[in-house]
Design a protein. Structure first.
Length: 608
């Protein structure tokens, strides 16, 4: 790991030639002692977090692969065993104890910030252990099954450059097959403990599995690397690997996935719960508050978040109505929603036109970025459609980080399954959010940082990442990208989605809302396609609290910007502010607040 560059001034020794013999030969000033102590503590801290990151990657091989560390590409992360749970607890508790022995005040300001992040992470990880998430190890939105399909395609983080890479994947799949059995055992424990998924989510998972059960091995996503051998592979190696892959897929992997599908249909689905929110689980409301804390990196009560959502929904509806008046639409806002969500002129005629529109937007937005950012990612991104096997239940768009070594660009995924869910008027804001300067900027810049501990380069917080992406949509207004009122309406529609999430997520999990009630609320307050609304609501059902992070994070970043601008006045530099937000990796909201406040104070000192 590259160590942080420590700009430490070392005082000169005092015992120089010409000194009186009565003077000590090695006099040490208070300043020297403080510098030496600071140097020592910083080295202790950097060694500590370096060791932690290595131990963490050893414990979580999949995370290592996504972090560009290939030492464990042959291993699968089985988070369901008692051994893993004990090792994870030991990792967090032991490193927290070691951290507390370090004098935070002896560290540089940058490392004090890093210290705070590391402390936050360890405390949050230990707090999460109070709840049995391992009884529900997967859902329709995210699971290790989906992750393995993506990795196995050869188009994700798993490398397939050497014969060893191909053999690593075979070994990893064998461990994944073992995990499928462990998942069934944990889900059976969940049935006994009444900690199970809602029925509708289980129903969504079954087709995802069915899509992998091909009879022709060449049609399997897991077979794709065999069709993409590097040119330097010998004929012998190609034949041997092809034989091994065919046998593993047909004789072991597909039967295991088929057996898991049967388990879902015959055992788990009948035991799935009828309630749609976390309130229906044992200690569900307390568990949900913890998830809200985790995803927002705040301690806001969920009732306050619900009210924040209601307030934002009312404000955005008012802005939408102004757009309706501006374009001269004669009906009310509901009728305007209907017009924008049904008139063919507002939709692309085919998938190719949809993808092409986003590629054109990329160039248009990129031309504006230098005016707002000094620091920009070196990595590029590409626009791709969501893979067919998951497009029916995937979100409308998503972002995948570039390879850490620069060998693969970031990916802006567009779901082309339902063109009615991808209106023309929503393209600008979606591109700003998922690509540049949203997720692509924040995540790629984070990975490219030097001089910060590795755990910061690869750590993530929903409130920061999603808050930044929603803030990027706001920036689009200042960039002049929303001069078309319909595109501005698209910006409001996406902001409305994030505001509705505050209401619907808390409604589902803390206030007893049903899935149908949540769907109707979103229909009443947005022009979204019904299929998109259903996918969104079911996403909130699967990953409680995550949807809260967007608006909470955005509002906090905007508040920090306003406070900083008010304090600095004419000396406020927006590009410098953005640099401060982006160049320490993802941060919990309280740590980001401290960083921006300290930076603002330093700028004020320079003015005097």
């Amino acid at each position: 790991m590259k160590k942080a560059v420590l700009a430490i001034w070392i005082g000169l020794a005092l015992g120089v030639s010409g000194c009186s013999q009565n003077e000590p030969k090695e006099a040490t000033s208070t300043v020297d002692t403080q510098v030496t102590k600071s140097d020592a503590q910083e080295q202790v801290y950097l060694t500590l977090v370096d060791d932690y990151f290595k131990d963490f990657l050893r414990l979580d091989p999949l995370e290592a692969t996504f972090s560009g560390i290939n030492d464990y590409n042959h291993k699968f992360t089985n988070k369901l065993t008692e051994d893993y749970l004990e090792r994870r607890h030991g990792l967090n508790s032991q490193y927290l104890a070691k951290l507390k022995k370090i004098d935070r005040q002896a560290l540089s300001p940058a490392l004090q910030l890093s210290y705070d992040v590391f402390m936050y992470d360890r405390n949050m990880a230990l707090a999460n252990e109070a709840f049995p998430q391992y009884f529900m190890p997967m859902d329709q939105f995210s699971s290790d099954i989906i992750t393995m399909v993506q990795l196995g395609s050869g188009d994700s983080a798993q490398p397939f450059y050497t014969v060893g890479d191909y053999e690593n994947w075979l070994a990893r799949v064998k461990e994944f097959i073992q995990w499928l059995g462990d998942a069934q055992a944990r889900m059976n424990e969940g049935i006994e403990s009444q900690v199970v998924l809602p029925r509708v989510l289980v129903e969504r998972m079954i087709p995802q599995l069915q899509a992998q059960l091909v009879e022709d091995v060449t049609k399997s996503v897991f077979y794709q690397p065999i069709t993409q051998f590097p040119n330097d592979f010998s004929e012998t190696d190609q034949q041997a690997l092809t034989t091994q892959y065919r046998a593993l897929i047909l004789d072991e992997l597909i039967p295991a996935l088929s057996g898991f599908k049967t388990y879902l249909e015959t055992r788990y689905l009948p035991a799935a719960r009828g309630s749609d929110g976390w309130w229906g689980l044992p200690n569900g409301k307390l568990w949900y508050q913890q998830l809200a804390n985790k995803h927002t990196t705040t301690t806001m009560p969920v009732d306050d978040i619900h009210q924040m959502g209601l307030t934002e929904v009312a404000r955005i509806r008012s802005e939408m109505d102004k757009v309706r008046e501006q374009v001269g639409f004669k009906g009310d806002l509901s009728a305007f929603f209907g017009e924008l969500s049904s008139n063919p002129q507002y939709f692309f005629k085919n998938k190719e036109a949809l993808i092409h529109a986003y590629m054109q937007l990329k160039d248009k937005i990129n031309a504006k970025l230098p005016e707002y950012f000094d620091v920009m990612p070196k990595a590029d991104y590409v626009v791709k459609p969501v893979e067919s096997f998951r497009e029916q239940s995937a979100a409308g768009a998503s972002y995948e980080a570039p390879a850490v070594d620069g060998s693969r660009p970031g990916v802006f995924y567009i779901n082309t399954y339902n063109l009615k869910a991808q209106p023309k008027w929503g393209t600008t804001t979606l591109s700003l959010h998922e690509a540049a300067p949203g997720h692509h900027f924040q995540i790629a810049i984070k990975q490219e940082l030097t001089g910060v501990p590795e755990f910061q380069r690869f750590g993530s917080y929903n409130a920061f990442e999603e808050g930044w992406a929603l803030y990027a949509e706001y920036l689009g207004v200042e960039m002049g990208l929303f001069s078309d009122p319909y595109q501005y309406f698209g910006k409001l529609a996406d902001e409305m989605l994030r505001a509705m999430r505050l209401v619907v997520d808390t409604g589902l999990h803390a206030k007893g809302w049903s899935r149908e009630q949540a769907i109707q609320y979103m229909k009443d307050n947005s022009p979204m396609a019904e299929s998109d609304i259903i996918a969104e609501v079911e996403r909130y059902m699967a990953i409680p609290g995550q949807a809260l992070s967007y608006k909470v994070g955005q509002l906090k970043i905007l508040a920090l910007r306003e406070e900083t601008q008010a304090a600095l006045g004419e000396q406020f530099d927006l590009r410098a502010f953005h640099d401060q937000v982006l160049t320490s990796g993802a941060l919990p909201m309280e740590v980001l607040t401290l960083k921006i406040q300290n930076w603002t104070a330093s700028q004020l000192k320079k003015q005097k």
